[in-house]
Design a binder for this molecule. Structure first.
Ligand code: HEC
Ligand code: HEC
Ligand code: HEC
Ligand code: HEC
Ligand code: HEC
Ligand code: HEC
Ligand code: HEC
Ligand code: HEC
Length: 481
């Protein structure tokens, strides 16, 4: 935990009471510009300080926190007022989300900032929108009054103190969608407190693992108040080089650099002893052809990547799991903007036609819109039948391999050194993971067929030949006939 140094504190006090600072602060991250003038904010503002200079968008905070000012300036938050005014529907009810107000920072009194003063220094979504009122911090800094932001989204009752207070509703329901998603509940009971798990399952620990050591309300509460994968885990609140303020890119096929793959990559290669859970979170490596057990007698390429994991599908996971749509009713009236933040691929729709987090409905009821808008499939219907065909193909191979594995003595699977039984079982489990068949059908098919061959060879089983397989998979079936 960082603390105020006496030296910096002295300067802060000088700034506060003297109003003008002549030299710069000494913290490596924090510099105050010479001649920073702070005008006293209106009394009705509730201790929000806003801009030093509205025209140049210089925030009071940013005079000292120069790096944050620079990053924030290039985000859409810094242009929220102008964009609102450019819209023909702009009215007073829109303003609390496009200005510094009680929204986003847990302030319970709504009569603060722009709302109570209409002073132009409170235009745009500024530092205090998330950090809360900063006047105390600026005038009399103590450890206790540092205006820490929160990374929480769901406070139980309402989207009370963070991004969700603005990013909500039928037009901007990011938080509403996220709340339905598995990312809103990643804190698996048996993952908590286990150093081997928390880096992906607990928001605070994911940030730490990625080198984000900054301070915020929940920063030291990994144990007592573990956060799930909230907005601020994926998005950098202050912006950065990536589109959409994302902390990492989404368009690189690299498990160390891709936002989704940084977590969605755990057990992707077979090892002895076989894990009782099977492969976990193997999605990234499966997609880009870095998963599975290749049997010793397999001689083909081990670098098998399908279209879904290739540069043809530039946004990789996001194309399929975060498709966006505007939902209209049968008369063409607006119903909802869907932002893809349930993270469901081919989602089921609710009664109004809005995508949900659930994949628990008949395939005919699911939306394949994302597969067609990306230009990959000619139509949603074509993508739906492609998925059905692939899943049927893989299911047949699954059952063919399984019918052999059940004949292998159980002791083979509990060996502590790698053998064919363990490798083949791992491949079967990998193939049966939800999504694997879609993520990389060619890899999965190869792993299954080559496993079947190796099992036959090593355990001396007669080649199984299945009539259905011959009809549906003539090419693959030929290989082990
Ligand atoms: C006069 C300079 C100055 C101004 C203006 C200022 N701060 Fe600070 N702020 C500091 C210093 C110095 C620290 C202590 C840094 C440290 O100890 O590492 C600090 C600490 C913080 C921290 C905690 C960082 C940590 O490591 O715990 C936050 C958050 C913060 N400021 C936000 C703000 C916000 C929001 C505003 C505007 C309302 C603001 N600051 C205005 C100088 C300033
Ligand atoms: C006070 C309301 C408010 C709060 C709090 C808020 N936002 Fe926003 N956000 C907005 C508005 C308004 C816009 C649109 C601005 C525009 O386009 O002019 C926006 C835009 C964005 C964008 C769009 C960037 C882009 O490139 O299109 C992202 C990403 C974003 N916010 C993320 C966040 C995250 C993450 C948080 C919490 C850490 C957050 N916001 C908190 C109001 C808010
Ligand atoms: C509940 C908070 C909230 C209210 C109220 C609100 N907005 Fe927004 N607005 C946002 C957020 C969050 C974004 C950014 C996310 C997005 O684009 O969906 C945004 C983005 C925008 C944008 C930029 C979209 C773009 O194309 O980049 C415009 C324009 C806009 N709002 C206009 C309005 C108008 C007009 C109203 C009132 C009728 C309004 N907003 C009311 C939160 C709000
Ligand atoms: C698991 C990671 C993840 C989480 C959690 C997440 N987002 Fe996103 N968000 C993304 C990605 C990836 C995109 C870009 C989608 C795209 O390019 O189509 C995005 C896009 C956005 C955008 C639109 C940016 C733009 O360029 O138009 C906004 C606004 C946004 N998210 C806000 C939020 C808010 C608010 C939350 C929390 C309620 C949240 N996000 C949670 C990954 C995430
Ligand atoms: C959209 C919400 C949001 C906005 C806008 C925002 N912040 Fe932050 N800020 C956060 C969150 C969340 C954190 C903690 C996570 C992180 O640092 O990424 C944070 C962290 C910080 C820290 C702690 C740094 C440290 O080293 O511990 C400082 C200082 C800070 N912000 C200052 C600012 C300043 C200055 C601005 C305006 C120029 C600003 N913030 C705008 C949400 C926001
Ligand atoms: C910080 C780690 C982290 C990041 C980053 C992350 N996820 Fe996740 N994701 C998880 C965890 C952990 C779960 C499992 C939650 C559970 O079931 O307990 C999960 C669950 C999911 C699920 C639902 C799985 C199910 O069984 O319902 C999908 C789909 C998903 N993530 C897609 C994505 C996509 C797409 C991205 C990138 C935009 C992404 N994730 C980024 C950690 C992450
Ligand atoms: C490298 C990141 C990562 C690590 C480390 C990690 N997990 Fe996960 N875990 C995920 C992701 C991502 C998901 C969701 C995707 C999936 O289920 O395939 C998940 C899902 C889960 C699930 C839900 C499975 C389901 O079907 O709903 C459990 C339970 C779980 N993990 C437990 C653990 C435990 C216990 C540990 C530590 C021993 C751990 N995880 C370590 C990323 C990770
Ligand atoms: C070509 C589209 C596509 C791509 C690319 C893709 N997925 Fe999937 N994913 C799917 C489909 C379809 C399912 C199956 C959904 C179902 O059956 O409910 C799925 C299932 C999943 C599941 C299992 C949980 C669930 O929602 O059923 C997770 C977790 C997942 N994908 C994560 C990812 C991650 C992480 C990436 C990137 C590494 C990724 N996916 C890339 C389409 C895709």
């Amino acid at each position: 935990m960082k603390s105020f140094s006496g030296q910096v504190l002295g300067r802060l006090t000088a700034l506060a009471i003297g109003v003008v600072v002549a030299s710069s602060c000494s913290s490596d991250k924090i510099t105050s510009k010479p001649d920073v003038s702070l005008t006293t904010p209106p009394a009705a503002a509730g201790n929000f300080v806003g801009y030093t200079d509205t025209l140049t968008k210089q925030t009071v905070c940013g005079n000292c926190h120069v790096d944050k000012q620079l990053a924030w300036e290039s985000t859409k938050h810094a242009n929220a007022w102008a964009d609102l005014q450019a819209n023909s529907h702009a009215n007073a009810s829109c303003e609390p989300c496009h200005t510094v107000s009680s929204n986003g920072n847990g302030t319970t009194d709504t009569q603060v900032g722009w709302v109570s003063t209409k002073d132009s220094r409170y235009k745009d979504v500024q530092c205090e929108s998330c950090h809360g009122p900063g006047q105390d911090h600026v005038t009399s800094p103590t450890l206790a009054n540092r205006p820490l932001a929160s990374i929480a989204v769901d406070t139980g009752a309402q989207f009370g103190a963070g991004c969700g207070e603005c990013h909500t509703g039928t037009h901007h329901g990011f938080a509403d969608e996220w709340l339905q998603s598995a990312h809103a509940k990643t804190q698996e009971a048996h993952a908590l407190g286990n150093a081997a798990c928390v880096g992906c399952h607990v928001g605070q620990d994911a940030l730490l693992a990625w080198g984000v050591t900054t301070n915020y309300k929940e920063a030291s509460q990994e144990g007592t108040n573990p956060m799930p994968v909230t907005c601020a885990v994926c998005h950098d609140p202050h912006g950065g080089p990536n589109a959409g303020q994302l902390r990492f890119r989404i368009d690189v096929a690299d498990t160390t650099a891709n936002l989704c793959m940084k977590c969605h990559q755990r057990d992707n290669r077979a090892k002895a002893p076989l894990s009782k859970y099977g492969p976990m979170a193997p999605e990234g490596p499966v997609l880009i052809g870095q998963a599975g057990w290749f049997p010793p007698s397999y001689t083909g390429s081990t670098n098998i990547v399908g279209t879904h994991g290739s540069s043809t599908n530039k946004d990789l996971c996001v194309t399929c799991h975060m498709g966006t749509t505007t939902v209209t009713d049968s008369a063409g009236g607006f119903v909802d903007n869907y932002h893809g933040h349930t993270f469901a691929a081919a989602p089921c729709l609710d009664a109004k036609g809005v995508p949900t987090a659930s994949g628990d409905c008949d395939i005919s009821q699911r939306s394949f819109a994302a597969c067609a808008t990306s230009g990959c499939h000619g139509s949603p219907a074509a993508a739906r039948s492609a998925m059905t065909a692939v899943e049927q193909r893989i299911a047949l191979l699954d059952s063919a391999l399984n019918s052999q594995l059940v004949k292998i003595p159980a002791s083979e699977f509990s060996k502590t050194t790698m053998n064919t039984a363990i490798g083949a079982k791992f491949n079967l489990q990998l193939a049966e993971k939800a999504g694997s068949a879609i993520h990389n059908p060619f890899l999965i098919e190869t792993l299954l067929t080559s496993s079947i061959q190796q099992v036959q060879k090593d355990y001396g089983f007669a080649p199984t030949f299945n009539v259905d397989l011959r009809n549906i998979l003539p090419e693959t079936a030929k290989q082990y006939r």
